[in-house]
Design a protein around this ligand. Sequence first.
Ligand SMILES: Nc1ncnc2c1ncn2[C@@H]1O[C@H](COP(=O)(O)OP(=O)(O)OP(=O)(O)O)[C@@H](O)[C@H]1O
Ligand SMILES: [Mg+2]
Length: 248
Amino acid sequence: MIQVNNLTFAYLEGVEVLRDVSFSVKKGESCAIIGPSGCGKTTLLYLIAGLLPIQSGEIRVNGTATTRGNIPMILQDYGLFPWKTVWENVAIGLTLKHTPQREIRKKVVPILEELGLSPFTSFYPSQLSGGQCQRVAIARVLAMNPSLILMDEPFSSLDAMTREHLQTLLSRIWEAHRITFIIVTHSIEEATFLGKRVIVLSERPAKIRAVVENPNAGDPVFRSSRTFFEISTKLRKILFSTNPEAQA
Ligand SMILES: Nc1ncnc2c1ncn2[C@@H]1O[C@H](COP(=O)(O)OP(=O)(O)OP(=O)(O)O)[C@@H](O)[C@H]1O
Ligand SMILES: [Mg+2]
């Protein structure tokens, strides 16, 4: 579904951020991207979303070049409209498309139910916890029936318990809707739990250090398995090694 070929990118200020990055993500697959702070993960997501111009190399989504604004992104700070209720925030995409109220209800009600937000439909974001806000952000994207979602550190400002709960929720949604996910994270365990394929980037300028296949990702019992521990250990070693070839 996503093909990134020989992508190299530098900001105008001369900061080289990505160097010859190539990888692919299959339709319906979840992909986690992990790498040191400042290496270029957010830049890579923005390039995939079409929010930054391609300078060298190519990105193809479903066989065509990405265009600005057609791929939903979930960010760390939720991006909700503070003056709109939970219901209005979730329905906003459909409302802007002038979808009839009856159809909006048909779409939004089950999504709010699935995300445990039904009791909070008339609440404003300031009346919600961080975890609830992030669930609203996920619900808003789901309401648009996306085939691909990009996420940049979506759970990093949440406490450990809420974070784990939302990871499980996300894997359930992924299982039920078969949406292709790319999630950028600082957390090795989060990458292991959520990414069927984990891409490890080097320090800036980011190069691909390893692509780790992780077929058990998303399975609720995986978190407490031996393989989970082994994959996390492997990722940790790759991430902290200054000589990646030594890991082979
Ligand atoms: N608009 C910009 N103009 C110039 N340089 C930028 C811009 N945005 C980011 N950078 C630089 O590009 C590099 C990569 O930034 P990016 O935000 O992609 O990193 P990241 O891997 O997402 O970091 P973090 O893990 O801390 O979120 C950094 O050195 C940053 O200073
Ligand atoms: Mg970032």
